[in-house]
Design a protein around this ligand. Sequence first.
Ligand code: NAD
Length: 506
Amino acid sequence: MNVKQILESLGLDKHPRVVLGRDPGSGYAMTENPATGEPLAWVKLDDAAAYEKEAAGAVESFKAWREVPAPVRGQVVRAIGDALRAKRDALGALVSLEVGKILAEGVGEVQESIDIADFAVGLSRQLYGMTMPSERRRHRIQETWHPLGPIGVITAFNFPNAVWAWNAMVAAVCGDTILWKPSLMATLTAIATNSIAAQVAESMGHPGVFRLVIGTDDVVGHRLVADKRVPLISATGSCRMGKAVGAAVAQRIGRTLLELGGNNAVIVEPSADLDLALRAITFSAVGTAGQRCTTTRRMIVHESIADAFVARLAAAYRTIKIGDPLAEGTLVGPLVNARAVEGYHHAVAEAIKQGGTLVCGGKAAKPAGLAGHFVEPTIIRAPASNRLPISDDETFAPILYVFTYKDLDDAIAMNNRVEQGLSSAILTNDVRSMERFIGPAGTDCGLAYVNLATSGAEIGGAFGGEKETGGGRESGSDSWKAYMRRQTATINGGRELSLAQGIRFE
Ligand code: NAD
């Protein structure tokens, strides 16, 4: 599909807030094709009044939606999943076009949204509460989970479809309405995705459940975060954003679900299957051009195998095809914009200044006929001291820093020494090492992988990280509880008034 076909197949060429082919001036934001550096479209921004209309609408729609039985809400989500299935390839291509991930990953992202819709349909019949024995005769206590309210969903550019779905599909079966503020770098994907969900829900008699507010952080982002009508802000993005959003929501004693930056390491043991390790680490470090929150950014490899393994990895890196993300055979597309390329060059230069050795990569890449934001996947070895301060930061680019270790406990300490705590992995065939790594004195991250690298989570588990990654959990398992309010009801089924703790009040 070419650009025109992709936009047309999703109705974006006729969408009232999308302008193609000319800059309409102020009040619009340009969304760029990162592979070419050219504008894809201009998207109308919401002002304060437009935000107010959507926020007030989300409150009104919630009043009806919360009383729709949860399994009926599940049927709406099932239909949204089917609509996403029907549009999967076009939507996946739009993700590739707008944020530059290769087509297989763009389509895979939409598949993830379909998977979470399926999960949420089942969940709609399993929003279980508990009952517990009362200490009083003929009394009982029950916990019930009720819908929470309009949920604010703030998303990062790099998963412009799936992160919304993790939140929206689950929140919708929980009885919440969704007010989505996407990244300004991925507005077309947001418009196409939200239109699909909103149209399905409306056609089934539930208008206004899925809402979109597009605007600058100053006008829309800060309003949403400060809005007392929105009891939960689920925000995905950088640690810097999470610190600002977390503090602002805490000011009004609202709830947050924070999914922030990662700085993920793999430990490679001498016992590991090194062929498997090579493939797993290459995908995880280089895939999505290093722009996943779970990208492998640090490799901690046993000193006895380090030289040979790094040489093999570098040889694999040199075979990777960089180019048009929509073309078959491409493994690495562009970074999202020129600022990301600057961040990459800065990190490479700093690492070398700090004593690192460039093993491969380190430069802008220039695939034929494309003037976009391409860089070479890069490996940098830390000095013998194992200190490389730049590696403590998350640089959103395909840079892998290599450290060596002698003793597994030292490797685990290196894994844990950064501020972020999202994902981690060990490649080993030693069962004791595995147990140590995933045990209470092991990795401090929310996600731990064994004989895999750090990216590629499935939707069934709770997803999220500790420390500056924010502590939130989304997607599978019991993450749904974040989107509901718990009520503990004590019911007296007898004729007597008896007080708890045996208190007499005659
Ligand atoms: P970003 O922090 O620049 O922006 C993320 C979103 O937050 C955008 O929609 C932005 O407009 C909004 N935002 C920023 N400041 C805000 C404020 N003060 N108030 C309200 N909204 C605000 O991140 P990005 O560059 O789009 O994405 C990359 C980052 O996201 C990386 O750090 C990556 O690790 C992280 N990420 C984390 C996860 C996860 O699940 N942990 C998933 C994807 C991306």
